[in-house]
Design a protein around this ligand. Sequence first.
Ligand code: HEM
Ligand code: HEM
Ligand SMILES: [Fe+2]
Length: 457
Amino acid sequence: MKYSSQMVAKPYFIFALILLAGEILFGLIMGLQYIYGDFLFPLIPFSVARMVHVNLLIVLLLFGFMGVSYYLIPEESERELWSPLLAKITFWVFAVTGVLTILGYLFVPYAELAKMTFNDLLPTMGREYLEQPLITKVGLVLVILSYVLNLTMTVLKGRRTVISIILLTGLFGLAFLFLFAFYVPENLVMDKFFWWFVIHLWVEATWELIMGAFLAFVLIKLTGVDREHIDKWLYLIIAMTLLSGLIGTGHHFYYIGAPSYWLWIGTLSSAFEPLPFFLMILFAYSMVKNSRITHDNAIALTWAKGTAVMSFLGAGVWGFMHTLAPVNYYTHGTQLTAAHGHLSFFGAYVMIVFALISYAMPILRGRPKGNCAKAQKVELTSFWLMVIGMLGLTIALTIAGIVQIELQRIPDSANALDFMSTQARLNWIYYIRLGFGVMVLIGLFTYFYSFFVKEEK
Ligand code: HEM
Ligand code: HEM
Ligand SMILES: [Fe+2]
């Protein structure tokens, strides 16, 4: 470790991994509820489990991003973090707010939680991913501000690199767009319209910049390729991301009551969205080919290459499947959407966090060359368990989606099955989904185990 303040990243990494275990656990609970409708009812209703599942996902990714940035920025800026103390305080504020919010979801009825937390004052609750009480949302704004301030001050006082500028651009975007979480128009069409300003413009614009910066950083470290070479790739990826992703928001405006010109705008612009993800594969593999060093931490490179491939599959391929307006007419809100949601979030953002944890954590633990061969082997097993598990879960949901569309969406209204009858016909496939889900959890526990493998002398 070059700068002692990089150490603040460690609790962020550990906490992100613990939250991931919780997230997957709630996924499994819902996987069971799909098969046995009253499993854990009324203790944990499906709606609550779903909210906990997706909220944990967002929070763990934010913890992951923060940990990675606090590790990366000092090294890029060639100086200590502006305020390690602020980063530590931010960690505790965020962790306590996050835990209290999840406990609130689990133990207080949602309407009561809304009353207790001043939702009457400014109603912001009840929208998917943005279910957090007002107090939590305000806390999140403070946490993000303190995080962005800390990084910006470090960059301003130190060396400025393309990687840190792109990372900061992504983070400023993330912070700004979150403000739309406070804007909830009465009109349902407008409500949906602006909801996507947070959701779509996070995952398909600003977070992509963050991911590009993280991937470039870890590739420089592991391959020793020149910065100039990497910077050119980054510019290209970022330009493609913004060109396609910003107007690409239109692929969510097809059938929500927005004007019909969005059918064309959304279709034409979002059709190009897979391109930056494809470029990331070319980027990663060409860096590896031009490698100037052989880093001992081979498993971190496996994660980096895996991220490029899996994000292209989840976002690029599974995204493209339903992004054209005439296709989306049939697929909207089916299990196909859930298939895409799982593989894209996992392949892009969960995996990039894994890649950086696998690179940085051994260094933070005093092992600059990475973990020993045995620990890396255990980690490789965990890599495949999680990747195959998520792919299997996604393919199961894709088949479920296709059957659902056939039964529920294609026939005319006289012959179409209703939602619940369709889901009942799909029971068999939800067993398969559950099986692959269990595999993902075993994979994560194998990853945890790799931390405890004793170093070979
Ligand atoms: C890291 C792994 C995972 C990620 C990134 C993830 C992500 C997500 C996302 C983004 C959604 C919302 C999807 C949408 O609205 O279209 C969701 C919902 C869901 N997830 Fe996961 N999930 C993961 C693991 C799991 C596992 C292991 C299972 C269970 C086997 C699972 C079961 C579910 C279920 C049942 C839903 C609700 C779908 C519905 O409303 O019908 N998830 N997950
Ligand atoms: C890593 C990047 C991405 C992530 C994390 C992601 C995640 C998601 C999630 C979770 C949903 C469901 C939202 C809901 O609850 O309604 C969704 C919907 C959608 N995504 Fe993505 N996505 C990504 C990239 C893409 C790309 C590149 C495309 C197009 C090429 C795309 C096309 C779509 C479309 C068309 C929908 C709407 C589906 C519907 O109408 O039901 N996504 N995405
Ligand atoms: Fe989108």
